[in-house]
Every structure is written in structure tokens, then in C-alpha cells.
Design a binder for this molecule. Structure first.
Ligand code: HEC
Length: 121
């Protein structure tokens, strides 16, 4: 009996791992080798972004993964999103405003955006 239980637990474990691999997750993304990934992640960790954003689920702001799924990773979108980080804004995800970050320069904002857009599933 114990063995059967063990086998069931083992199978559940394997299945759970399998699901994770299929869905991918923020850190298991294939694009993590991009140098902007670590740099952007660090900039975000050192700012206040994570008080309103989570990677995989909506918080006060949208999940970064949802942002990545919404926008094509191109020049126009990267500039637009970098401006949103610097100047703030509202209306793309609801009625709650994104706080402005005038202390963040254009290059850093774009690096943050590059990291966020690499989270696309
Ligand atoms: C006070 C809460 C708050 C903080 C702090 C915050 N955000 Fe946001 N963010 C939001 C909200 C709310 C939205 C949705 C705005 C909208 O509906 O257009 C948002 C939207 C965004 C978007 C998507 C913009 C769009 O137009 O689709 C990006 C990218 C983003 N935030 C990045 C960041 C980064 C990077 C930081 C840190 C430098 C940060 N946010 C800090 C609340 C916040």
C-alpha cells in the first residue's frame, strides 16, 4: 500500500514538473540568455516596480508577463512603454494609474522594458 501511494505521489510530482515545463515560467524562459534580461531584472528589483507588479499575476498593475503577451517586442512599443515608466499613465489596463518615475533615464527604462518583453510566453 505504501508503495502504491509512493508511486501515485511520484507520478503527481512528475506531472506537476511536466506542466511547468510546458507552460514555461518567468525564469525558465528561453530568452534569459539575452544580456538585457539580467540587467533589466536588476534595475526593476532596485526600483519600486515590484510593489505594484508581479511577474505572473495581476497586482495593482498588470503582471509583467501579461504586458509581454500584449505588446510585440519592437522599437515603437519599447519606446512607448519606456515613456510610460518615466511619465506614468493610465488607461491601457484599467483605471489605476501607473506611477511616474522621473528619476529613471531613457536607457534604463528601455532596458527594463526589454526584460519585461522577454517574459512573453
Ligand atoms: C504605484 C503602482 C505602480 C508602480 C510603483 C509601478 N507601476 Fe507599472 N503600472 C501600474 C499600473 C496601475 C499600470 C496600468 C496602467 C494602465 O492601465 O495604463 C502599470 C503599467 C505598466 C506597464 C504597461 C504599460 C502599458 O501602457 O501597457 C509597464 C511596462 C509597467 N507598468 C512597468 C513598470 C516598471 C518598470 C515599474 C518600476 C520602475 C513600474 N511599472 C512601477 C502601477 C505601477
Amino acid at each position: 500500500m505504501k508503495q502504491v501511494l509512493g508511486a501515485i505521489v511520484f507520478i503527481m510530482f512528475i506531472t506537476a514538473c511536466g506542466n511547468n515545463t510546458n507552460e514555461g515560467n518567468a525564469n525558465g524562459n528561453a530568452n534569459t540568455s539575452d544580456p538585457n534580461y539580467n540587467k533589466g531584472m536588476e534595475l526593476i528589483a532596485n526600483s519600486n516596480c515590484l510593489s505594484c507588479h508581479k511577474l505572473n499575476e495581476k497586482a495593482i498593475g498588470p503582471a509583467f508577463q501579461d504586458v509581454a503577451n500584449k505588446y510585440e517586442n519592437n522599437d515603437v512599443n519599447r519606446k512607448m512603454l519606456a515613456n510610460k515608466i518615466i511619465y506614468g499613465g493610465v488607461g491601457n489596463w484599467g483605471n489605476i494609474a501607473m506611477a511616474p518615475h522621473p528619476e529613471i533615464n531613457q536607457t534604463d527604462a528601455e532596458t527594463m522594458v526589454k526584460y519585461i518583453l522577454l517574459l512573453r510566453k
